[in-house]
Design a protein around this ligand. Structure first.
Ligand SMILES: Cc1cc2nc3c(=O)[nH]c(=O)nc-3n(C[C@H](O)[C@H](O)[C@H](O)COP(=O)(O)OP(=O)(O)OC[C@H]3O[C@@H](n4cnc5c(N)ncnc54)[C@H](O)[C@@H]3O)c2cc1C
Length: 309
């Protein structure tokens, strides 16, 4: 066990940011704002940075039990988090964003299917306003709006907190006065897992070119009970978009659960492509003439993706 003095010393040395706002959308889902001690580096909507806490920090209740060696207790655990955005602060007003703090949208992983004990989120969920945290001073990632022209159709398809970078990119498009259609679909288990629902509903009323489609897989009624893949195969996506899904004019962004995204294996020697099964969105879209990006810089298509694990 580390002494209180040792913990105070580690916190002073390893932490470089302050939690300035924390909202629980539900007990396992939060919107967190962190103000770094350093000026926020130039970055683009869609990118990510790291958050970290010491293994010495307490864990939220009800999470998988962790056993640490004394050496591990003094270490820091860091994970990547997309930068999110609250987009709007009321009718007709987009938030002013970018200089004071960074916003994150994080789900608590209580237990890991692969047996590895989740290290960071149980600690993030024990944080409160004013607490100190480690925040990475590099903001990176290729998942950005770079390829989008002002009249392109833009689709943001995400699972759970995979909505985070989409919110920031949506804010940027609305701010720029994007003239093409924009659709966000977010797939979660229950309606309570839609942390920005009220904001998206208001934006969809305010902006005639914007549509928000919340999907719940375990709760019919409140929202549509469906997976993102279903929307594409049954034509519902195009119905809500109000136009055909055309590779020539659309960019599709996919973020979150790798099963939804379905990144194929591309055999360099033969040029063969093997898609994971059951089919993810990339397979469904490539069958319709879309082309997914190939690794970060090799080939930029019109389907862009960010896998969370
Ligand atoms: C580029 C990038 C950006 C990311 N941005 C976000 C973000 O904005 N918000 C966010 O909540 N997570 C995000 N993640 C995931 C994040 O980095 C951590 O993996 C996650 O918070 C779990 O950390 P952990 O230490 O508690 O658990 P770990 O021990 O790291 O457990 C990882 C396991 O948790 C599960 N898992 C991880 N992330 C999620 C998730 N978002 N939803 C459901 N299950 C998950 C998977 O089964 C995964 O195998 C991002 C990952 C990457 C690579």
């Amino acid at each position: 066990m580390l002494t209180p003095d040792a913990i105070a010393e580690l916190r002073g040395r390893r932490y470089n940011g302050t939690v300035v706002h924390l909202r629980r959308a539900n007990p396992d889902l939060m919107i967190l704002r962190v103000r770094p001690d350093f000026p926020i580096p130039a970055h683009k909507p869609g990118q990510y940075c790291s958050l970290g806490l010491g293994f010495w920090e307490p864990r939220a209740e009800g999470c998988q039990v962790e056993t640490l060696t004394p050496e591990e207790q003094a270490k820091l655990v860091r994970r990547a988090y997309s930068i999110s955005c609250s987009i709007s602060e009321g009718p007709g007003r987009l938030v002013e964003y970018g200089a004071e703090f960074l916003e994150f949208y994080i789900v608590l992983v209580r237990e890991n299917a692969d047996g590895r004990v989740p290290a960071l989120t149980p600690r993030l969920f024990a944080l409160k306003g004013g607490d100190r945290i480690n925040i990475g001073d590099k903001i990176s990632g290729m998942y950005t709006l770079d390829p989008v022209q002002s009249d392109d159709t833009v689709l943001f398809l995400g699972t759970g907190t995979g909505e985070a970078p989409h919110n920031y990119m949506l804010w940027e498009l609305l701010r720029r006065g994007h003239s093409g259609r924009i659709l966000t679909a977010t797939c979660v288990r229950y309606a309570r897992d839609l942390g920005y629902l009220a904001t998206h509903r208001r934006l969809a009323e305010e902006y005639p070119n914007y549509t928000y489609l919340p999907l719940t897989t375990r709760e019919p009624g409140v929202t549509k009970k469906a997976y993102i893949q279903d929307l594409i195969t049954d034509g519902e996506l195009e119905h809500h978009l109000g136009e055909p899904l055309e590779p020539a004019r659309a960019h599709v962004y996919l973020c979150g659960n790798p099963k939804m995204i379905g990144v194929p294996h591309r055999d360099r020697a033969t040029g063969g492509v093997t898609y994971p099964q059951p089919a993810g969105v990339i397979e469904l879209l490539e069958a319709r003439g879309f082309k997914a990006d190939v690794s970060a810089a090799k080939f930029k298509g019109n389907v862009h993706f960010e896998e969370y694990w």
